[in-house]
Design a protein around this ligand. Structure first.
Ligand SMILES: N#Cc1c(N)n[nH]c1-c1ccc2c(Cl)cn(Cc3cccnc3)c2c1
Length: 239
């Protein structure tokens, strides 16, 4: 899997060399390339923004640098196997199932905008050439697309076959298909007693049936408390 990041702050992606994604890069599972969008400007000030047509506050990212960067990084041929991701406040909420789908992609290009956003013709052009995803991390405001690109990268790469040392652990995580759409149950490890707080006895019983039942009950309880929106979904197992 090749991952490209287009941003006016490419240093955001230096962290990928340190994290688990860096390990995957070393193992050859992923290839990471960060690019400075300003490398595709031609004026002395390396300008990437301009005032919005129709007026309004803030600045909008000009289309020209993006188009030239696309030509060099992706090419000028249409290829639906290339996935181009535009984080955006107006994007579709990014989900675990979207991460799972993207984990089989061979090429993902993250377009990380700033200011008030990117000229929409950039997205329209990308849609005419590749498979485009306009996504949002959630209902809160970030200053640009970089943090979202990092979060999406981690969510996707950890699902790439061969990346996780113990793929079985993926099945028990919150939001994973194996969890019935429920939140993950509380976790404990040694010592059994810590600052007057004990591990629930059932987990020390060695009785696998009771343990499974306790874990399921806890997942249902937590999901009802914290994510009632998940309890109505068909996959939740709670109705
Ligand atoms: N993904 C996601 C996401 C999220 N969950 N919050 N904010 C963003 C996000 C993503 C992309 C951009 C671009 Cl390009 C510019 N900005 C700044 C901005 C802030 C408020 C309104 N307009 C633009 C972005 C914010």
């Amino acid at each position: 899997m090749r991952l490209d990041y287009l941003s006016i702050f490419p240093a955001y992606f230096d962290v990928l060399d340190i994290s688990l994604v860096g390990k995957a890069a070393i193992n050859g599972l992923v290839e990471i390339h960060a690019h400075d969008l300003r490398d595709w400007t031609h004026d002395r000030h390396r300008t990437v923004d301009d005032t919005p047509c129709g007026g309004g506050a803030g600045m909008v990212m000009k289309p020209d640098p993006w188009g030239e960067a696309f030509d060099e990084i992706i090419g000028t041929e249409s290829d639906p196997s290339v996935h181009v991701i535009f984080p955006a406040p107006s994007g579709t909420p990014f989900t675990q199932s979207a991460a799972a789908e993207l984990s089989s992609a061979q090429r993902i290009v993250f377009c990380c905008g700033r200011y008030e956003g990117i000229d929409h013709r950039v997205i329209d052009y990308a849609r005419s050439m590749w498979t485009v995803h306009e996504v949002s991390l959630g209902d809160y405001v970030l200053n640009g697309g970089e943090v979202a690109a990092l979060a999406i990268t981690e969510a996707v790469v950890r699902l790439v076959p061969g990346f996780m040392g113990n793929p079985e652990s993926l099945a028990e995580e919150s939001f994973s298909a194996g969890q019935d759409g429920l939140l993950e149950y509380p976790l404990f490890t040694r010592p059994v007693s810590w600052r007057g707080l004990d591990v629930p006895e059932v987990l020390m019983s060695g009785h696998h049936g009771r343990i499974a039942s306790w874990r399921r009950d806890e997942s249902v309880r937590l999901t009802r408390e914290r994510r009632p929106d998940l309890t109505d979904s068909d996959s939740s197992g709670i109705h």
